[in-house]
Ligand binder design. Structure first.
Ligand SMILES: [Zn+2]
Ligand SMILES: [Zn+2]
Length: 141
């Protein structure tokens, strides 16, 4: 990890408490994904905090991982159904559900991805950066 002394530990838990996650971050931000898969999974855009490392997860025996595409998978608590994370199968990119973290409500909302798949019937008032699905895939490869 970096030597940034401002890095703080952020802990989140699922609804039933069986699973908890921990990340180290200095200034976490929140993003939203409007893709069709996230919306089917979440009931709406998936609001998450990106993490470019492997988070510590307690209660892993309660985590079910679903392969949602050739390149990514999604984890949820098998006791209460809370969505925990989206992660790439290769490397260590995680997008953890922001709702797990109590302090998540204070993190700046600064990015919307798969903006080209956002349905017309809603629109966030926040001013954020946006990326299309194609731009996201280009950034990953
Ligand atoms: Zn749970
Ligand atoms: Zn998505």
């Amino acid at each position: 990890m970096s030597s940034d002394t401002m890095q703080a530990e952020h802990r989140g838990t699922c609804l039933c408490g069986a699973v908890s996650v921990q990340i180290l971050a200095s200034s976490p931000t929140m993003g939203a994904c409007h893709c069709k898969t996230c919306r089917a999974w979440s009931g709406g855009p998936f609001m998450s905090v990106e993490y470019h490392d492997v988070p510590q997860i307690q209660g892993m025996e309660h985590v079910t991982v679903y392969s949602s595409s050739d390149w990514a998978e999604r984890g949820f608590c098998s006791r209460c159904g809370t969505h925990l994370f989206y992660r790439l199968k290769e490397g260590s990119f995680y997008a953890l559900s922001v709702g797990l973290f109590q302090e998540g409500t204070q993190w700046p909302f600064d990015l919307q991805v798969f903006i080209d798949q956002k349905p017309q019937n809603y629109q966030f008032a926040n001013t954020t950066r946006t990326m299309t699905g194609e731009e996201v895939f280009n950034a990953w490869s």
